[in-house]
Design a binder for this molecule. Structure first.
Ligand code: NAD
Length: 517
């Protein structure tokens, strides 16, 4: 495997650096039983009780490697959302607000330990539900409890400030930082376990309560997490889980007048809809949206590393990663070597069902997603792009698309403009080291989520980091989630930040208090 070393299992707590290549996972662990997950009808967690949708609706949950139905989730609708919001409000105003910050920390640490003990189970759930190969789901689920541990520490470190008013007189002026209240979390399907924990950790540390609405395609890990949230001892109603479709349950959550904030991760298209709907009740909103992130390779770069990073940056999780480096810009002196290197890497990668040993690229999450990716590749072809490798679906069972490299693309083509969210790299060259021209190419997109720069010229690297409009920049490193650093999008890639102190503060409000002494 190119990016994960498999030889020993280490407790996640002992892992200092969570870059996927630094997490070691044992390959030969016994497969955990999923009898309680597969072929079951799953309920929703509302106010501490496991309930069916009020109107009895169900969602088919598919294994994208086979297209077969593997479980059913409740199809919650607005009445279920209303019950969950009421439970979250009761918990927020009741037991949760009475806990001291250190008690919240203790509960979060306990939950992290429980989740860590079940990380192999969660890895398998994600592999069944999302299609992720175990090579991806294992390090992700093993590392994810550290997200909770990181945020647990913030519960006791949120503070206001004291100020000196401009008006003459004797004053005591200060700010209070308070939890925003009841939060609605809306999560996409590409990494449900880790993206839910990212948000959950921050909002629990801030003292909020929550209604989680997982993506309809991938509800299983979140529902299972609910059992462990109860086991850890969180008061009823602090965390509620309503599975359901976006246009019903998701929309009802965004409209609900007693939800104080929506934290949404998903497509830019849906994000715009959420923003408009949330405006009606003036909710606070954080939006983590799509991307079309550039990888810039200058001629002096360490090409072996840059090529491997470019390939993994777009093919990991079958390209279904918001920060996937989908537009590659390489200097013309190294362009052919880079393109051939990435194409050769793509051809070596084993594509198949995520449970099969050695598989590095799994299926896309659904037929809809596969059809979209294949359609966009077709559009690229008819617009004049040349397929260096890949370009088609594999077989007729499951939703597999061959890792693809396209060249001769122009900025006007849909493959260069739209977020494909599949294993498709568009490569283009630039003629000289004119940093302004390179930045113009990189910035020629409506998105601004992430960017990667490869060069040994430290000054060029930092200049480009300033010039490229993206919320997160990696220099001589592959993109990986770093909890301590704020993460979010510029332009149409989103509003607000997750992770780091800023990520917790997104779930708070500031209140000003002035005392005349
Ligand atoms: P999506 O926008 O279709 O769905 C995301 C979530 O929104 C799902 O839970 C869905 O049920 C819900 N939803 C759909 N319609 C809704 C509505 N009208 N009101 C409220 N909720 C609604 O996105 P997706 O296809 O599930 O996920 C892929 C997208 O997510 C990509 O664009 C990707 O870039 C983005 N993403 C962004 C980040 C980030 O941090 N920036 C991370 C992961 C994924």
């Amino acid at each position: 495997m190119p990016d994960v070393t498999f030889f020993a299992i280490r407790p996640a707590a002992a892992i200092a650096n969570l870059a996927p290549e630094n997490i070691m996972v044992h390959l030969d662990q016994p497969r955990p039983s999923l009898d309680h997950i597969l072929n079951r009808r799953h309920k929703m967690l509302i106010g501490g009780a496991w309930v069916d949708a009020r109107d009895g609706g169900l969602i088919d949950v598919e294994d994208p490697a086979t297209g077969e139905i593997i479980a059913h989730a409740a199809a919650g609708e607005s009445a279920d959302i209303d019950a969950a919001v009421k439970a979250a409000r009761r918990a927020f105003e009741g037991p949760w607000s009475r806990l001291a910050p250190m008690q919240r920390t203790a509960l979060m640490l306990k939950l992290a330990d429980i989740l860590e003990a079940h990380s192999e189970e969660f890895a398998h759930i994600e592999t069944f539900d999302v299609g992720q190969p175990l090579a991806i789901s294992r390090p992700s689920t093993l590392g994810a409890p550290n997200t909770l541990r990181y945020f647990a520490g913030w519960a006791s470190k949120l503070t206001g400030e004291t100020m000196t008013p401009l008006v003459p007189g004797n004053w005591h002026a200060y700010t209070l930082r308070e939890p925003v209240g009841v939060v609605g979390l809306i999560v996409p399907w590409n990494a449900p376990y880790t993206s839910t924990l990212n948000k959950l950790g921050a909002l629990l540390a801030a003292g909020c309560t929550v209604v989680i609405k997982p993506a309809e395609q991938t509800p299983l890990a979140t529902v299972r997490m609910g059992e462990f949230i109860q086991q850890a001892g969180f008061p009823d109603g602090v965390v509620n889980i309503v599975t359901g479709y976006g246009h019903t349950a998701g929309d009802a959550l965004v409209r609900h007048p007693d939800v104080d904030k929506i934290s949404f991760t998903g497509s830019t298209e849906t994000g715009k809809l959420v923003l408009k709907t949330a405006a009606e009740t003036m909710k606070r909103v954080t939006l983590e949206l799509g991307g079309k992130s550039p990888i810039v390779i200058l001629p002096d770069a360490d090409l072996d590393k840059a090529i491997e990073a470019a390939a993994l940056g777009i093919y990991r999780n079958s390209g279904q990663i918001c920060v996937a480096g989908s537009r590659l810009f390489a200097h013309r002196d190294v362009f052919d070597r880079v393109v051939d290197g990435v194409a050769a890497y793509a051809d070596r990668m084993k594509v198949g069902p995520g449970l099969e040993p050695g598989v590095e690229i799994g299926p896309l999450v659904s037929r809809v997603q596969m059809d979209r990716v294949v359609r966009l590749i077709g559009e690229g072809r008819s617009d004049g792009a040349r397929v260096v490798t890949g370009g088609d679906r594999i077989g007729d069972k499951g939703y597999f698309v061959r890792p693809t490299v396209l060249v001769d693309t122009t900025p006007q083509m849909s493959v260069r403009r739209e977020e494909i969210f599949g294993p498709v790299l568009c490569a283009a060259s630039f003629a000289d080291n004119d940093l302004e021209a390179i930045a113009r190419d990189a910035n020629d997109t409506s998105f601004g989520l992430a960017a990667t720069i490869w060069t040994r010229d430290i000054s060029a690297a930092h200049k480009l980091a300033k010039m490229i409009k993206a919320g997160s920049i990696k220099i001589n490193s592959r993109e990986f989630p770093e909890q301590s650093m704020p993460f979010g999008g510029l332009k149409q890639s989103g509003i607000g930040r997750e992770r780091g102190r800023e990520g917790v503060e997104e779930y708070t409000e500031l209140k000003s208090v002035i005392v005349g002494l």
